[in-house]
Design a protein around this ligand. Structure first.
Ligand code: COA
Length: 421
């Protein structure tokens, strides 16, 4: 945990310093969907704005693997190793399991050996809830480097015979690194709300403790998303505008101060109506739902990453991220952007260093699993189990590698090379 707990911690600002996305390769067009349900490209485009979506067709591609890929991309932009992360917050509506959390699976995949990890279940608002928690953890000195991830394989929980829902959703992941900084700005304010009385409007009824899996729940399709589209539409247009106003009010800002809104990418009409209520011109509202559909928790971090790639975010810009989802939930964040967004030139050895760290993380994970299987029968004279012995050895190895790396850039600088972080 953070070294700041000693005192300096309070009042620190939480800045997004890394961002990334991961999308499955397979594109599924509206015309393809029209071959499996009674719909058309024209209906989907005019009612939702969606033209295509990505689907994880390879079973080995999961919410955790996509989340880990996005997290690695974000760490690369922030130029920090996974071992520096002290908390992983994963928002997902399609977790790998009820438990362990998808965040823990990602922790293992990226080798974030010093991190705590947990999932947030706030549906499509989850990523912005995650930003709110990250800001709180940083301001209270409990963490200084946090990965906030939104990741989904909704295609696995969508009923592909239900035209009301299957045309809307897509798979993908996005992630940001949030870091403590003394520089004012970053995540200024957040708004997290819910109205549980609307829970039945959008739900996945079975598979939890209220309706455990049985042959009947499977046969009657209770493990798929159920939605009352019209009611969700009405709720969404209202809360998107309200939440935007509220986060801006809390930050002492007005609509005219906003440079870019990154709304949850659920439906073009929801975005258009709610932004019209706010009087925001189209060019200040980012959209990419035509390519990916509604990727739930992943939609905002994917959109942020693409907005940055398109040069739409600059230092000092005021951004609003705003979303809504099952629960019913809503969330908003006002952010004053604090870091350069142009690609940085990394030292030439950084990519191989990173690959080595991820290979080491994989090896560590495998060794820990094997040793745990043998555990019980093997205990050292000091009372340490084999797992503990292996863990200690690997930590020593990592520490000595880290020390070696600290010396390496210095040596390179002496030789005239770039030691830039
Ligand atoms: N293709 C063709 N027709 C479809 C269809 C599809 N994919 N899905 C629904 N329809 C039909 C309906 O059955 C209905 O037919 P009916 O009039 O004979 O009953 C008709 O189209 C109109 O349905 P309606 O619900 O009024 O459409 P809509 O304009 O409200 O659009 C949604 C439907 C789902 C696109 C829209 O309500 C919506 O986006 N809601 C919010 C959903 C959302 O964002 N969920 C995620 C929250 S995070």
């Amino acid at each position: 945990m953070s070294a700041m707990q000693g005192g300096l911690s309070f009042g620190l600002y939480a800045h997004i310093t890394g961002w990334g996305k991961a999308l499955p390769e397979r594109v599924v067009t509206n015309d393809e969907l029209a071959q499996i349900v009674d719909t058309s490209d024209e209906w989907i485009r005019t009612r939702t704005g969606i033209r295509q979506r990505r689907v994880a067709v390879d079973p080995s591609e999961t919410s955790a693997t996509l989340g880990a890929k996005a997290a690695r991309a974000a760490l690369e932009v922030a130029d920090i190793p996974a071992s520096k992360v002290d908390m992983i917050i994963c928002a997902t509506s399609s977790p790998e399991h009820i438990f362990p959390s998808t965040a823990c699976v990602i922790q293992d995949l990226i080798g974030a050996v010093n991190a705590g990890a947990f999932d947030i279940s706030a549906a499509c608002s989850g990523f912005v809830y995650g930003l709110g928690l990250a800001k709180g953890l940083i301001a209270s000195g409990q963490a200084e480097t946090i990965l906030v991830i939104g990741t989904e394989t909704l295609s696995r929980i969508v009923d592909w015979s239900d035209r009301n829902t299957c045309v809307l959703f897509g798979d993908g992941a996005g992630a940001v690194v949030v870091q403590a900084s003394p520089v004012p700005g970053g995540i200024l304010t957040t708004e997290m709300g819910c109205d549980g009385s609307g829970g039945d409007l959008l739900s996945l009824p079975a598979g939890g403790s209220k309706m455990p899996a049985t042959l009947e729940t499977v046969a009657s399709g209770q493990h798929f998303i159920k939605m009352n589209g019209r009611a969700v539409f009405r709720f969404a247009t209202r809360v998107m505008a309200d939440a935007t106003r509220r986060v801006l009010d809390k930050a002492g800002l007005g609509i005219d101060d906003v440079d870019l809104v990154i709304p949850h990418q659920a439906n073009e009409r929801i975005i258009a109506v709610s932004m019209r209520h706010l009087g925001l011109p189209d060019e200040k509202v980012f959209r990419n739902l035509q390519y990916y559909g509604n990727t739930s928790t992943a939609s905002i971090p994917i959109a942020l990453t693409e907005a940055i790639e398109q040069g739409l975010v600059k230092p000092s810009d005021v951004l609003v991220m705003v979303g809504f989802g099952a629960g019913l939930t809503w969330a908003g964040a006002a952010i004053q952007w604090g870091v350069p967004t142009q690609e940085k030139e990394a030292p030439f050895w950084r990519a191989s260093q990173r690959a080595a760290m991820y290979n080491l993380a994989r090896a560590r994970s495998q060794l820990m699993r094997i040793s745990r299987r043998l555990e019980g029968s093997l205990i050292t004279e000091e009372g340490d189990t084999l797992t503990e012995v292996v863990g200690k050895r690997l930590d020593e190895l990592r520490k000595s590698k880290k020390e070696g790396e600290k010396e390496e850039p210095a040596e390179k600088e002496e030789q005239g090379g770039s030691g830039e972080q």
